[in-house]
Write a protein that binds this ligand. Sequence first.
Ligand SMILES: [Fe+2]
Length: 353
Amino acid sequence: MSRFLGIGMTHYPLLAGTDEHMAGLLRWTLRDPDIPAGEKDPANWPAAMRAEWGEDEGRSAAAGHRARLLEGLTRCRAALDEFEPDVVVVWGDDQYENFREEVVPPFCVLAYDDLEVPAFEVMNERGSPNAWGLPDDFRVTLHGDAQAARALADGLINDGVDMAYSYRKRAGAHFPHAILNTQLFLDYPDAGARFPYRLLPITVNCYGQHAIARKGGLARFAEIADEKLDPSGPSPARCIAVGRAIARHFAGRDQRVAFVASSSWSHAFLADALWHIRPDTEADERLYRLMVEDRFAELAEVTGREVVESGQHEILNWFCLFGAIQELSLRREWSTLVTTDVFNSNKPFAVYR
Ligand SMILES: [Fe+2]
């Protein structure tokens, strides 16, 4: 008889960097010449945002943000250790990493065995030292389970979900950081080097209309003005249906399976209506309320357009988890929503059993 655990967590790349750089995305955004000066002027920001930004552009507040994220991650890791999973299924977005112009699958099972990958490529690109003081070229091994992944893809296809699969990571691009950072952050004290569990990653095309158009998400307003939108990503309702099917696949097996939704919710750099200055906290708090009140029917009615307008693209990973939770009747044991204005994204955490 299978047993299940559900986890939701962040893969916020700047958590892998130092406090000095944690508000780096906002500092970068404030140099966009096409954002009106009034929007960029801290004097016009909400009081809470001004306080977080402080006198040193968020450098002092970074330690507090990190502490709150580590608190959430520690709870998630403790739940995982208590559960002792045979496999950890992770839903994470691909941000112009494995999937580019050649093909963009709505969902894809990564059927990889153990894979050694550089841990800090994203941080290196952003010019931040890593939080652990390790060499820039530090590598970690992601433990995979290609056989279980192939069986999952096959099971899904026979259950009516036309699932894509990949046997080899794209050369010359970094491993999808949503998956990699899940291991780094669940094993924070060792920067992911001692994570004992096997991952079964499933990428979700969260970036949808911006997958190719914004090549990973960061864009200046001048570039957005004439951007050619890509086809939409999967709808929230479809993510729920796929999450349910994935749960069904494992329900018939004698395995202990942990499901992890890996992502923050609204991202400032995707919230066009807020000039990329801060995340859409109101929208996140609304969906968080639906989540904690188990109002899944209302969550299923959220549209892809609403998600994109609020810069919540990556929440689709969580919709997959919502599907699995409903299919398996898991109960929420604990959750929290860490909000912020200056550190790019609001970050929820959750444990379901
Ligand atoms: Fe992401």
